[in-house]
Design a protein around this ligand. Structure first.
Ligand code: BGC
Length: 875
């Protein structure tokens, strides 16, 4: 056999193999194939993959077309553009038209100048961009609305644009359109109203068609709908179907609906066929054209709320005759689906609760005024009736069923998990079981509280976008869920409540709490913008909100006296030991000024960068003058006081050591390794300890199981995070699903799995991998899907060796820290079996690893993109 042949084949194969791969993960404004975009120049992101390590993009080309196959960029052909940018690339073609769908694809050139094949096409649809594009009127009059219309030819393209307040369900020819629930998202309706869009081509047909809308009150408190169907037919004919006075309305089977109190549905009032053509609508009234909500119509550019899971109950029991209690085994946000057969007019009542009494009945004391009760009245036609509510939701683990005809079975109800459908995109898991159980509480806490805005809780008469809660759990949400668009939307909601004086409000939209916000709550504005920049390199978010953030800082300045901001309502909320409110407020005043300066600097606004840096300096001085005691403690010496002072480097250099040891002594000796912090101190203390090289102490706190601790919640049966460190079950403020203590979820990734971000090169362009091999932790693993691709750090150890797997996306670089455990001397490091470090020397030549150095405790390697398997051993 000719020996050259296999060689040739191998060469040909490896040539193809080292080609840059076609881009994947195409996103438009953070979203995968968004149905509605109203940004004139949307931004594109894509993920690069390459079989070689240490790769980066040197050029890219985007084609945007009106045709799905995207053979040519008829609206934009960027041509070959030099550069590494693969996230937030701004569209720069012909003006995008209202209501149209566009398709795009992208290719790239790698470091060696090799071009990749084009990606598969992605798409996005534009919203109705101009107010005059909306042809219909807002209508109302009742909660069920319908209209029939005729299409002379076969529809080839049809889009529905709809907003229905408080909530809507859209139906065409007998079918629900799309899978959104509790749509649209909650906004300050006087400022902004969200609309969504659906492709409804397949639901329409030539001839008679019918469209129906069901309305709920939601947060709006009344009912109104605006719909527009833009239909294109074979032969090029176009028509629009819009809401107007020609629609018919009636009060349907939903007798009442309220977010807090629940829904009552009388199936006897159903009128089958009402959402199909040919229905005889006697008794229906003409719709009323109502005053439109004052707010501007905006595209809902975030994932909708959906039913994301169905839960089968774990157990059922009957504490009293006719009373059945179901345990879903998990606290969550959503509702129940009921299955029942029985006599007409039977009313089955479902009451939702987080807790049960010892006697097995439900405990609803902590729901305060929320009745959380759904009632279904049977139509009783002999068939099994399957029902679930539409326009309410509950936070619960237990359900009490009464009025059920006969005895229900365990599968007579199912839990329906409902929240903004951010896809999970991160994993954290570790050898220490308590951490995984806390992670479970965090994830369910977050899921339960993403309800178009980040809420405080999911069960009682509240569920507000409390701003401190929001910024405290933004970071763990970004690690664990694909949630950038969700938070970008929330930032816009914050801007919508901002007053002319720069003040923002405690809750957004503003319903509870005060204006001006407590400074620790208002901090959500600068902080969430900053996190989006840090995690996603989003500069536009800074551009869009810089003026607003600056105005909020200026507002605080107008309230401050001699650098101290004294007003405070909540301060370090729900702590074990209180910290003076003015210290917390001044800390956040400083944080705002500092971030305003940073943002100004990033945006190239030199004068403002200087002004706010100077302001920050003045606040720092005032802070120390007011709160630093002569003995090197702060204020009343709480953990929070010391943590806040240290976290933002407010402490004068020569006192840092003293303050740090006060903090440590307080944790370890005064409190036997427990926290005394409230929600604010808790977020920063963990990161601070890690930054100070005391991850082991933070770990002791994280794995603590006696009161107060996260582990204490776990040990006491929590399935979500509590509002309080205390295990309370009575009336008043003690929700069992409050995500604000979930800030520790970010620390799991950063400190234990060991993936840290670099603010100078945000969006994971530069990563630090510093595994947290502390105490008895034998292994930990964290990974998250960034806009640039997946980042992973997974480590494990034995007494002899430490192994670390790292994945770094194309275009990113990382500094990888390998610990010399057990005082190892003379260490050797290998990567996939090849030596990288030996006899105090870096061994070059391994692809992707460009340099190495050592400190007393670590070997530090400089790596490019790719997957690496390191092992370090010593003597
Ligand atoms: C909410 C909190 C919120 C707080 C303000 C509570 O009722 O549930 O989470 O931040 O009020 O102090």
């Amino acid at each position: 056999m000719d020996s050259k042949l296999p060689l040739l084949l191998v060469t040909a194969f490896s040539l193809a193999w080292t080609q840059p791969q076609p881009p994947t993960g195409l996103r438009t404004e953070y979203l995968v194939n968004p149905e509605v975009v109203d940004v004139a120049r949307p931004r594109f992101s894509w993920v690069l993959e390459h079989t070689e390590r240490g790769q980066r993009q040197t050029a890219w080309q985007i084609l945007v077309s009106t045709r799905p196959e995207v053979n040519v960029g008829d609206v934009w052909d960027s041509g070959r553009v030099e550069g590494a940018q693969s996230t937030h690339v701004t569209y720069n073609g012909k003006p995008l038209e209202s209501g149209r769908t566009y398709y795009w694809k992208v290719r790239w050139w790698d470091a060696a100048g090799r071009a990749s094949p084009y990606s598969r096409p992605a798409c996005f649809s534009m919203g109705l961009l101009n107010p005059t594009d909306w042809k219909g009127h807002w209508i109302g009059g009742a909660n069920q609305l319908r209209k029939e219309f005729n299409l002379p030819a076969r529809p080839v393209r049809a889009r529905a644009f709809i907003s229905g307040l408080g909530y809507y369900e859209l139906r065409i020819n007998g079918q629900k359109v799309g899978d959104h629930v509790l749509d649209p998202g909650w906004t300050t309706y006087d400022r902004r109203v969200l609309y969504t869009s659906y492709d409804v081509t397949d639901l329409l047909r030539q001839g008679a068609n019918a469209v129906g809308i069901i309305l709920g009150q939601g947060w709006y408190g009344s009912r109104a709908a605006l719909l527009q169907l833009n239909i294109e037919m074979e032969g090029g004919q176009r028509t629009e179907v819009v809401t107007d006075a020609s629609w018919k309305v009636r009060q349907g089977p939903i007798l009442s609906d309220s977010i807090y109190d629940g829904e009552t549905y009388d199936a006897r009032l159903e009128t089958p066929g009402w959402d199909r053509p040919g229905f005889i609508d006697v008794g229906w009234q003409a719709a009323t054209v109502v005053d439109p909500p004052k707010g501007q119509l905006s595209a809902q550019m975030m994932p909708p709320i959906r039913v994301t899971d169905t839960i089968v109950p774990l157990k059922m029991w009957s504490p009293r005759p006719g009373v059945y209690v179901f345990d879903m085994g998990q606290n969550f946000a959503g509702w129940c689906q009921l299955r029942v057969r029985g006599p007409r007019g039977t009313a089955v009542r479902l009451r939702h609760a987080e807790l049960v009494y010892d006697n097995g009945t439900i405990n609803v004391e902590n729901l305060r005024r929320a009745r959380a009760t759904d009632t279904y009245i049977l139509r009783g036609d002999g068939d099994e009736e399957v029902w679930e509510p539409r326009f309410t939701y509950h936070g619960f683990r237990y359900v009490e069923v009464t009025g059920y005809p006969g005895a229900p079975r365990l599968d007579s109800i199912r839990g329906r998990v409902v929240h903004t459908d951010v896809k999970p995109h991160g994993n954290f898991v570790a050898s220490k079981q308590i951490l995984n159980r806390i992670q479970h509480l965090i994830l369910w806490g977050i899921r339960s509280n993403l309800h178009s805005v980040p809420t405080d809780c999911n069960q009682r008469d509240e569920r507000m976008g409390w701003m401190a809660d929001a910024h405290l759990y933004t970071e763990p949400t970004l690690w664990n869920y694909d949630s950038a668009a969700f938070f970008a939307n929330f930032l816009r909601n914050i801007r919508d409540v901002q007053g002319p004086d720069g003040s923002v409000t405690d809750t957004v939209p503003h319903k509870w709490g005060r204006r001006p916000a407590d400074p620790a709550w208002g901090a959500a504005y600068p902080l969430i913008a900053w996190y989006l920049y840090l995690y996603h390199g989003d500069r536009r978010v800074l551009e869009d909100h810089f003026e607003g953030i600056k105005a909020w800082t200026d507002f605080q300045r107008s309230q401050a006296k001699d650098g101290i901001l004294s007003y405070s309502y909540y301060g370090d909320w729900v702590p074990i030991e209180r910290t003076p409110g003015e210290l917390v407020s001044t800390f956040y005043y400083y944080y705002s000024a500092h971030l305003t300066a940073r943002m100004a600097q990033i945006l190239g606004r030199k004068a403002e960068a200087e002004t706010y840096a100077k302001l920050a300096d003045e606040i720092r001085e005032a802070f120390n003058k007011r709160f630093l005691n002569p003995d090197g403690t702060y204020a009343n010496r709480t953990q929070t006081a010391h943590t806040l002072a240290l976290y933002l480097d407010l402490v004068p250099k020569d006192r840092r050591g003293a303050v740090s040891s006060h903090l440590r002594d307080d944790i370890v000796y005064r409190n036997n390794t427990h926290l005394t912090t409230g929600i604010i101190g808790t977020k920063y203390i963990m990161e601070l300890l890690t930054r100070q090289g005391q991850t082991h102490l933070a770990y002791d706190l994280a794995t603590q199981t006696s009161y107060p601790s996260w582990g204490y919640m776990v040990e006491n049966g929590a399935t979500t995070l509590w509002e309080l460190w205390q295990n309370k079950t009575g009336p008043g403020m003690n929700s069992h699903n409050h995500p604000m203590f979930g800030s520790v979820g970010a620390w799991f990734y950063k400190a234990l799995a060991g993936i840290d971000l670099d603010p100078e090169r945000p969006g994971f362009e530069r990563v630090r991998i510093v595994p947290g091999a502390v105490r008895d932790l034998e292994w930990a693993s964290g990974d998250t899907e960034t806009l640039r691709g997946r980042v992973l750090s997974q480590w494990s150890r034995t007494p002899e060796s430490f192994r670390l797997e790292v994945v770094i996306p194309v275009g990113s670089t990382a500094e990888v820290h390998l610990p010399k455990l057990n005082n190892w001397q003379d260490v050797e490091v290998t990567e996939s079996g090849r030596t990288v470090w030996k006899a105090d020397q870096f061994a070059s030549g391994i692809p992707g690893i460009s340099a190495g150095r050592q400190t007393r405790d670590e070997i530090i390697l400089e790596v490019g993109s790719g997957r690496y398997l390191f092992e370090i051993r010593g003597k």
